[in-house]
Design a protein around this ligand. Sequence first.
Ligand SMILES: Nc1ncnc2c1ncn2[C@@H]1O[C@H](COP(=O)(O)OP(=O)(O)OP(=O)(O)O)[C@@H](O)[C@H]1O
Ligand SMILES: [Mg+2]
Length: 283
Amino acid sequence: MNSYVKENCRLLSSLELPECDGPKLKAFPDRGSPITWIEPINPRSDQSLSGGQGYVFKVEINSKIYALKVFKFFKPSTYRGSLGPIRGRNVTDRELEFHTDPFYAECRAYAQIKAQREIQGLKRKYIAECYGFLALTKADERVLEEYGVDLWCDFPSNDPYRNRAEGSPVRALVKEYIEEDFDIDEGTLKHMMSGIKWMNRKNILVNDIHPGNFKGPYLLDLGSSWTKPHCLWENMSRRKMRVILQEDIRTFEEMTDDMGLGRRRSPRLPYRRESWAGAEKYH
Ligand SMILES: Nc1ncnc2c1ncn2[C@@H]1O[C@H](COP(=O)(O)OP(=O)(O)OP(=O)(O)O)[C@@H](O)[C@H]1O
Ligand SMILES: [Mg+2]
């Protein structure tokens, strides 16, 4: 086992993550308990498993049902190009990874939401709860293989990062399992919109608003989010940042319009984000 893989093992066995400034998510309290894999939640119509940033399964741990999101591996330097050559020098690959790897991005956003809810004594819920992170056992990794899941599928087998990092622990987040899709009415839309505004006020940009990331009123996916302090947030030009700060609301309005439910208020801007709020991937 090389030192990079060893370091990843150490990180995943720690009590909270990530090891950088800002919010930290706690490990799932029952992370030593066996996982019963029930079924994949997001199979495509052709029955293959769709993998965006990860794969989501319905599981049982200690007699409780959860949604377990298992994350693909991600190259830490993916967004280095967005930092620029001068500012980028002060940001290590680890810091960039902690801010942009979807697993760590979700850890930071969920931790921030939890902390802010506690400070405010907020009872309203805008997201599916997250109960913590865990690393899969080798036996669980074999179960995933049987399901046909390849967490390295975004990398060719001779990729230098893959060669260095392969063997690192498989990361997962334990989330509240949301059973049904609810009918979306005006009240639900208002609730969803106020959730997004609340997160934006609490220094979280979701950066990936689309119908597949909600179940009923609850946002499920924070894998593309930015939570302050965030190296890309800090290094974006003011002009770009002005656009990015409006993106969640704008894409939400666009989404509800496309669903035939919305009343557009913000004008469509010429600048359209794919994801990651305008950050260019570095190849
Ligand atoms: N907590 C949950 N409860 C129930 N279903 C969930 C939950 N989280 C995710 N899902 C289901 O899994 C799908 C994928 O989840 P998520 O968006 O977090 O993963 P992803 O890797 O970003 O996948 P995609 O690229 O398809 O969006 C969701 O569209 C939803 O149907
Ligand atoms: Mg998603």
